[in-house]
Design a protein around this ligand. Structure first.
Ligand code: PCP
Length: 391
């Protein structure tokens, strides 16, 4: 009765792959076809209404490819990119690369999809706080991965306790309904939280368990007084006739009683549309499923050059652009040019792909998770407001 998750060792050995790669390897070996190739990683299309995505998962791909006979070029982790732009180039003998394609794409696609959704949510909320509460939507084996992807994408904090151990992120959270139900009384539960939990944890009381949010918010404010930092409304969907009107009423009532500094946190079913509807009223959003189960960013990997007769020959399947490419960018914003890898750099543009691994050796000191997140937020500030997309 195990957890059905692949071990790190099996992933590193290339055992977690698709059968057709093993067969291809056997056939090529039998025919003595050992060819050096350049494989490009890109997303040829993005989900509807998406103008960009956030490239994430690079650190894990480098961990996978380190010490393997390959050379890797990549854009930095956290780079915003558009459809068709080259994100990575992996160079080496095809038979050394083939079995890793499944894992490379799986890592990049999963990370990038979560980071992109987190970034969209954060772009819409901007100066308002986004807390990622999505772990209950995922297998626990990947909890740190999901928290890392969401944090890179720009959420302000994650609730996962294990992420402190794996990522060095301090978990953030409030209280579950279960606490209040076990006490059988909101006020007793809130006071117990205040008594037991460390002083540096903001007192954010859940105010939708038994009574109306307006009534419970005021009860929390009266019970905790100045110590109350905020209230969280996780209003059940069956009661959400008009969530904006509920939040307005809570804000009005708190203000009326002098609790003008009390923050309002809203969680449960929050996606892009809800952020837009509530962002001027709400101080923080708890977001789970919409980030944990985002639209998929279709990252793929294709041979674009083959080394023959002492030079790289451009080649590709139909529908893809042959030749290894460089992505040039002029900031602010995504003013991008795609040019052949060895073309002359256009003036004022920065080449985005750089060499990370040379014949298995890691050449670059990787940035911290906070540096990657900061890089994403800088770019988000340079792109225009999104057209919201519903999941
Ligand atoms: C909130 C909500 C969802 C969590 C946050 C994320 O949890 O009910 O389960 O929401 P989302 O996935 O819809 O974005 P809590 O209020 O803490 O849930 P409970 O009290 O039931 O543990």
């Amino acid at each position: 009765m195990p957890f059905y998750v692949a071990s790190e060792e099996d992933i590193l050995k290339g055992i977690v792959t698709d059968i057709y790669f093993l067969r291809t390897k056997r056939i090529l070996e039998k025919y003595g076809l050992k060819k050096k190739v350049r494989m490009e990683i890109h997303a040829y299309s993005l989900p509807r209404n998406y103008k960009w995505a956030v490239f994430a998962g690079l650190e894990e791909v480098l961990y996978l490819l380190r010490n393997k006979p390959v050379t890797v070029y990549s854009v930095p982790e956290g780079t915003l990119f558009k459809a068709k732009e080259p994100l990575m180039i992996i160079e080496g003998y095809y038979d050394d690369i083939a079995v890793y394609e499944t894992a490379i794409l799986g890592i990049l696609r999963h990370y990038t999809s979560i980071a992109t959704k987190a970034a969209r949510i954060k772009r819409l909320a901007m100066d308002k706080t986004i807390l990622f509460f999505g772990l209950r939507a995922l297998h626990p084996a990947i909890a740190p991965m999901a928290d890392r992807a969401a944090y890179i994408g720009g959420v302000d904090a994650v609730s996962g306790v294990a992420s402190e151990k794996y990522l060095g992120l301090k978990p953030v959270g409030t209280m579950p309904h279960a606490l209040i139900i076990v006490f059988g009384d909101q006020v007793k539960a809130w006071k117990a939280f205040d008594e037991v939990v460390e002083e540096n944890v903001p007192r954010i009381m859940l105010v939708d368990t038994f009574f109306d949010e307006r009534i419970e918010s005021l009860m929390a404010a009266e019970a905790l007084g100045e110590k109350l930092y905020g209230v969280r409304l996780d209003t059940p969907s069956s009661r959400r006739g008009n969530m904006r009107a509920i939040v307005e009423e809570v804000r009005w009532t708190l203000d009326l009683h002098g609790f003008t500094n009390t923050k309002i946190v809203v969680s449960g079913g929050i996606d892009e549309k809800e952020i837009i509807e509530l962002r001027d009223l709400v101080d923080a959003f708890g977001v789970g499923t919409s980030i944990a189960f985002p639209k998929s960013i279709d990252i793929s990997m294709d041979i674009v050059e083959v080394y023959e007769e002492n030079s790289w020959k451009p080649i590709s399947k139909r529908g893809k652009w042959p030749g290894a490419k460089q992505l040039y960018r002029k900031r602010p914003g995504l003013n991008d040019l795609i040019l052949p890898l060895n073309a002359k750099a256009p003036e004022g543009y920065t080449p985005m792909l750089r060499k990370y691994i040379e014949q298995g050796e890691l050449l670059v000191k990787l940035p911290s998770i906070d540096d990657i997140r900061k890089y994403v937020l800088e770019q988000l500030a340079e792109v225009e407001e999104l057209e919201p997309s519903t999941t």
